[in-house]
Write a protein that binds this ligand. Sequence first.
Ligand code: HEM
Length: 150
Amino acid sequence: MSAAHALHVLAAVLWVGGMFFAYMILRPSAGPLEPPDRLSLWARVFQRFFGWVWGSILVLLVSGYGMIHLEFGGFAHLPIYINVMQGLGWIMVLMFLHLFFAPWKRFRRLVAAGDFPAAKDQLEQIRMIVKINLGIGLVVVLVAGSGRYW
Ligand code: HEM
């Protein structure tokens, strides 16, 4: 099960680290660009990043529930930190699904059509969701990393 544990942590690093980079580094750095350049840049960035997020989610869920069944003997006696991780993890997944199928789909279409004022509103929604998911993701990492010592 050490492989599942390692893959689980790797997937968490890619997803949460990617959001950290996008929100804390790329967002302020791209700010001075003109809207057409800035919004097109974000369209290319998210196009690449979201593929990795889908992969990370798949790995997190399969490895997470694999460890629950094989290491913890099922759901009956799970430590509280695993339940907190599971609950917050599902909130992150649902927020990403909304982001992907609502504002991201619209944003991509509007950027391709050159409607940058409308695309900006969709990017604002994506930014809000990424901000919230980044916050939850950081809390999950703190809970997951410290839980066994409580
Ligand atoms: C959604 C369903 C999830 C399940 C069922 C799950 C389950 C688990 C389990 C069983 C462990 C092993 C704990 C141990 O051996 O003490 C673990 C560890 C971990 N999980 Fe999750 N997890 C989920 C989501 C997430 C998410 C979304 C993140 C981060 C964004 C995350 C980050 C971590 C980290 C960093 C560890 C390693 C903790 C350590 O070794 O110190 N997990 N998870």
